[in-house]
Design a protein around this ligand. Sequence first.
Ligand code: NCD
Ligand code: ZN
Length: 336
Amino acid sequence: MEMTLDAPLDMHLHLRDGEMLEIVAPLSAKDFAGGLIMPNLVPPVTDLAMVRAYRKRIEEAMGEAVFKPYMTLFFKADYSPAFLEEAREEILAIKLYPAGITTNSEGGVKGFDLATLSPVLGVMSDLGIPLCVHGESDGFVMDRESEFIPVYERLAGAFPDLKIVMEHVTTAAALGALERHENLYATITLHHLYITLDEVAGGLLRPHLFCKPIAKRPEDRAALREAAFKAHPKVMFGSDSAPHPREAKEAPGCAAGVFTAPVALPALAQLFEAHGALENLQAFVSDNARRIYGIEPPAKKVTLQKTPMRVPAGYGEAVVPMFAGEELAWSVARAG
Ligand code: NCD
Ligand code: ZN
């Protein structure tokens, strides 16, 4: 059995920098036609010289593959209107992190005072620059996303023309908010479609499945699966593939992030097929994002076939993917 995807897109992707970028960029570029590149480098991507230089490093690292890096800026409440106007040509979205909530987010937003955020959000709305949000409070870890939903709703209500993407949603409650605000959208990761907190910590602790937001309850996963399998029109695939060096994962203080880029399409095909939803995979991994972001990715066809993929134990010795050492039912046969 085979299926060909037209220009699959990964709308939430961490490519990192330096040696890690060299290892992971070719893997995303091989299977996807484009990706929304997260700006949480050290230091974060906050000006256009940084955007341009990072895009160039990505293009150099990814080799010959057809792949468009859609760039983002790290949200700052003091960006000027003139800066945002110029930025519009170089970026697809701006990513907002609450301060300190996840990897490399220390320079993020403290408190969610609308008066402080409004100048930049108002200009983004006028210019049509979407806002991507890591929506977690600083509360109890299992409740962080649901506690943040009122913030999403306040932002969505105050800026009805601003497209707001709830990144990597993990709860049924977040999906509920999609229905109440026309301008709210969401990405769903591969790992949150597969796992609950049980897979992370219900048996032996599995550091390579530890991420933010933390995987939730079976009923949450069921809601995410339902939205993905029917390719809910406001939902897009965003892997949140977030590689960390092995020693940062297999450590007493384990870094948050699951590295899924090289297994994403085979694992999605396996899951969608198992639930009789293969026909909606195209919309989930490409068409919805094109419509929501108004983008036309480069021409690229990616053919998946039902031939097993043996997932490597690691890539470049340094980084361990989800499903390491396991077999997936599908593999990427060709892309180009
Ligand atoms: C991401 C990372 O490592 O950059 N980690 C994660 O657990 N998802 C950051 C993020 O998206 O929260
Ligand atoms: Zn992320």
